[in-house]
Design a protein around this ligand. Structure first.
Ligand SMILES: [Cu+2]
Length: 264
C-alpha cells in the first residue's frame, strides 16, 4: 500500500502496478494475457487474505493467557475440516487450470493465414532471422545483436528452430516466450499492434554467453518494413540461412568447447 501511495503521482507506475507488474504488451494477445495475469493475482490475494486472517485469528484468540498452566485440549482427525482443505485447493487449481487452458488455446492457435513468415534460428550465442517471404536474412553475434523488423498490424507466423542447444525466444513486450529446441519446429502467430523498438533475449540458460543472446524487435510501418528488406537485399543478405547447421558454422567467439571440438 505504501509503495502504491508513494507512486501515486506517476500514471506510468500506477498502470504498471495495475497490470500486476507486467510490461505494457504490444500485440493482439496482450489484453488476454494481462487479464489472465491480473485475475491470477486477485485470486491469489483473496486466498492470501483468508489464510493470513485465519493465522492472525488463531494467534490472537488462542494465545497463551496469564494463568494458563496446562496444555489446551488436543484434537485430531477432524474429518469435515480435512475434507474441506482437500476439496477447496482442488477447486482453486481447477479454476486456475480452466482459465489458463482457455487462454492458452487461443494464444497458441495457428490459423495459417499469416502474410509475414519469420524463421528464428537460435544458436550459441545469438540469433539469425530468416525473412522467409522475401528470402533475405539477418545474422547476429553476441557483440552485434541482430534486429528483427516486423510490420505493424500484420499477422506474423514465427517458426523457431535451433542450431545446437535449447534456447528460448523471448520478447518481454509480447508477454510471451517459446522454447527453441534442436530437431523440433515450434510455431506461433501474433499480430504486433504498436510501433517501437523492443528488447528481446534468450530465456533458457544455454551456455557461457547466454546472457549476451540479446536482440531487438522493431515494429514499423509497412513502408519501413519493405525498405528494410530492400536494404538487406542490397547488402547481399539474400537467401536463407539453414535452420540447422553443423557445429562448424556456430558462433565461436568464445566457445569453451573449441578444444574438444578440434580434438573430435
Ligand atoms: Cu540461448
Amino acid at each position: 500500500v505504501a509503495m502504491l501511495g508513494a507512486s501515486g503521482c506517476s500514471v506510468a507506475v500506477r498502470e504498471h502496478w495495475k497490470r500486476g507488474g507486467l510490461p505494457e504488451g504490444v500485440t493482439n494477445q496482450s489484453d488476454r494475457i494481462t487479464t489472465l495475469w491480473q485475475g491470477s493475482w486477485i485470486a491469489a490475494l483473496l486466498v492470501g487474505i483468508v489464510v493470513w486472517g485465519l493465522i492472525l485469528w488463531a494467534c490472537v484468540f488462542f494465545r497463551r493467557r496469564r494463568g494458563d498452566t496446562s496444555m489446551p485440549r488436543q484434537v485430531r482427525y477432524n474429518v469435515p475440516i480435512e475434507v474441506l482443505y482437500t476439496v477447496v485447493p482442488l477447486v482453486m487449481v481447477a479454476v486456475f487450470f480452466a482459465f489458463t487452458a482457455r487462454d492458452e488455446t487461443k494464444i497458441m492457435a495457428l490459423d495459417g493465414d499469416a502474410k509475414v513468415h519469420i524463421n528464428v534460428v537460435g544458436k550459441r550465442w545469438s540469433w539469425d532471422f530468416n525473412y522467409t517471404d522475401a528470402s533475405v536474412y539477418e545474422s547476429g553475434t553476441p557483440a552485434q545483436p541482430p534486429t528483427l523488423y516486423l510490420p505493424v498490424d500484420q499477422k506474423v507466423e514465427f517458426t523457431l528452430t535451433s542450431r545446437d542447444v535449447i534456447h528460448s525466444f523471448w520478447v518481454p513486450a509480447f508477454l510471451f516466450k517459446m522454447d527453441v529446441i534442436p530437431g523440433r519446429v515450434n510455431r506461433f502467430e501474433v499480430t504486433p499492434e504498436k510501433t517501437g523498438t523492443f528488447a528481446g533475449r534468450c530465456a533458457e540458460l544455454c551456455g557461457v554467453d547466454h546472457s549476451r543472446m540479446l536482440f531487438n524487435v522493431k515494429i514499423v510501418s509497412q513502408e519501413e518494413y519493405d525498405a528494410h528488406l530492400a536494404q538487406l537485399r542490397l547488402a547481399g543478405q539474400t537467401g536463407q540461412l539453414p535452420a540447422e547447421l553443423g557445429p562448424s558454422r556456430q558462433v565461436t567467439e568464445s566457445t569453451p568447447e573449441a578444444g574438444s571440438e578440434a580434438g573430435a
